[in-house]
Design a protein. Structure first.
Length: 129
């Protein structure tokens, strides 16, 4: 059985085993017994990832199911794109330089069906100073 994350309004996050059929149902908090909604936590490194890297990963995932087949037309198109990028025509179609800043790390809220908010970039395992 998979482990799911739930969030109690009073006691915060907790993890419970549940069958896949019960995955959408709320679970009782182990401390107070109140029913708590399931939340989906996103690792912080995914939120802070450079957009170009995220796009490359999405492209690779897509390529697993839709492989590119080499044809004379596709090779001609690729050759034209390479020639265009080598010419540096100033059309700003080349690769973008990623400039990391703190704005990419801002917290993003996820709204759950019950109307509550969850901040997936939180790090519940870290202790504040």
């Amino acid at each position: 059985m998979p482990v799911y994350d739930y969030k109690c309004q009073d006691h915060g996050l907790f993890h419970e085993l549940a069958s896949m059929a019960e995955s959408a149902l709320p679970c009782a908090c182990p401390q107070c017994g109140e029913l708590s909604a399931r939340v989906i936590m996103i690792p912080p490194e995914v939120l802070a990832m450079a957009p170009a890297k995220r796009q490359a990963m999405a492209r690779n995932e897509k390529a697993l199911h839709q492989p590119i087949i080499s044809t004379p037309d596709s090779r001609e198109d690729a050759s034209q794109r390479r020639a265009h990028s080598a010419a540096k025509k100033g059309c700003d179609c080349g690769p973008k330089v990623f400039n990391p800043d703190r704005s990419s790390l801002r917290q993003q809220a996820i709204f759950l069906p019950d109307g509550s908010k969850v901040f997936p970039s939180q790090r519940p395992w870290m202790i504040s100073h």
